[in-house]
Design a protein around this ligand. Structure first.
Ligand code: FAD
Length: 390
């Protein structure tokens, strides 16, 4: 089997790269270990296609600009999958971020979004606070409203793969990549299927889009590759069987002032997320009791009108962020994507570390640009930013 591009991993990054490669006419295959796409992080996110307001605190202006641009493409190309929702930030007397800081942040956000109507914000007048569905009003000083978009991350991943397949990409499910040999004229990927068959795939370039497994996939490469230091940081969400309207709340945890989201989710309410360092095999990620309690405490604090018996958890899940290692709070670490190549000139292997659902398309385009000189001449193509996703 001969391919130009072999992608390991059927999460949002893998399918994004498969789409970007296939539309350029490259012979592309995507290999996924599980029986379906989006079984890793890409179905366990907060499901926001967002500009990332809080990245402004870390001066990640280019990331916020890129997120807002990507959000605008997705709103246009996937209107059934990505919808704009009002998001509310209540500011209390003891909030970590005072009103002036939120005001400055949202003003910068609007500027980075070219003052488009969906990038602007407003201050919700006090006489409208009663519309905010049981939100705790004690010591409430101000409420800001702006817009973010929500998606179904699993369905979005499927939609991008459908588009890749329409352009000729092949999909191989139930297949675990067990070794990668980087050779001079081609690279050899050895895979094991779930029926016990061994398959050999030859490809000019290999993209390691294995998300939280990416470091493990890198260990399977010959010759041995340089590694980068990353941490896996678990984030848990809970789904509560109650409704707060078609709006999102951006809140602070009463315990440690970390930001949290409370969002509508198929007639229920999704609350997340947490940050716990994770050191096990990625497939064993599971919500911890203390994470669930932390989320319930934050929810009850902000919506005290709900009785304990209404807070019966319907569903819970956790996913793993891939973040640069560091001693600082994981919440403050860079969310920029890291691209690791086996060599600078004519790379054969590129690994993606970290990244965001929101920016998967931009990330995938960058991957192809990094690999361009290793690949054959491109065919004329329609850019991914114009492709409809269904
Ligand atoms: C808690 C949490 C909340 C988040 N919220 C948001 C958000 O609201 N908005 C946002 O923009 N981003 C968010 N993110 C980030 C975003 O979800 C991730 O960046 C993105 O989903 C990562 O996708 P991926 O394709 O890199 O990894 P994954 O989705 O994990 O995909 C990797 C795939 O590789 C496969 N694989 C691994 N090893 C092998 C192998 N050897 N052979 C074959 N296949 C293999 C796995 O099975 C898996 O399907 C969040 C992340 C977390 C953890």
């Amino acid at each position: 089997m001969d391919y130009d591009v072999a992608v390991i991993g059927g999460g949002i990054h893998g399918v994004g790269v498969a789409q970007a490669a296939a539309i350029r006419g490259y012979k592309t295959i995507l290999i996924e270990q599980y029986s379906d796409l989006a079984q890793g992080t890409s179905s366990r996110s907060s499901k926001l296609i967002h500009g990332g307001l809080r990245y402004l605190e870390q001066y990640q202006f280019s990331l916020v600009r890129e997120c807002l641009l990507e959000r605008s493409y997705l709103l246009k190309n996937a209107p059934d999958l990505v919808t704009l929702k009002p998001i509310y930030i209540p500011v209390y007397k003891d909030s970590k971020r005072p009103s002036w800081m939120i005001y400055v942040g949202l003003s910068m956000y609007a500027l980075l979004g070219n003052l488009a109507s969906d990038a602007r914000f407003k201050i919700v007048p006090k006489n409208k606070w009663s519309q905010l569905h049981n939100l705790n009003k004690d010591n409430l000083q101000a409420v800001f409203q702006y817009y973010e978009a929500q998606t179904n991350d699993r369905l979005l991943t499927h939609a991008v793969m459908n588009s890749a397949q329409e352009h000729g990409a092949e999909l191989m499910l139930n297949t675990n990549v067990s070794s990668i040999n980087l050779l001079n004229n081609h690279n050899l990927i050895t895979c094991e299927t779930n029926t016990g068959t061994t398959k050999k795939i030859s490809s000019t370039t290999v993209i390691n889009a294995a998300g939280p497994w990416a470091a493990r996939v890198l260990d399977k490469v010959q010759p041995k590759q340089e590694k980068i230091a990353v941490d896996l940081v678990q984030g848990t969400h809970i789904v509560l069987p109650l409704q707060l309207g078609d709006i999102i709340f951006y809140l602070e945890s009463p315990d440690d002032k970390r930001p949290l989201f409370v969002m509508p989710w198929y007639g229920n309410t999704l609350v997340g997320t947490t940050e716990s360092l994770f050191t096990q095999e990625p497939s064993s990620t599971t919500p911890l009791k203390e994470e669930v309690e932390y989320l319930l405490r934050a929810f009850s604090h902000h919506f005290p009108a709900f009785k304990q018996e209404q807070l019966k958890i319907k569903h819970q899940f956790s996913g793993l962020r891939v973040l640069p290692s560091g001693a600082n709070n994981s919440n403050q670490r860079s969310r920029e994507t890291i691209y690791l190549r086996d060599r600078k000139i004519k790379p054969r292997l590129l690994s993606i570390f970290g990244g965001k659902l929101t920016t998967y398309r931009a990330t995938s385009e960058k991957v192809i640009i990094y690999l361009q000189e290793s690949l054959p001449k491109q065919q004329p193509y329609t850019e991914t930013k114009y492709l409809k996703l269904e």
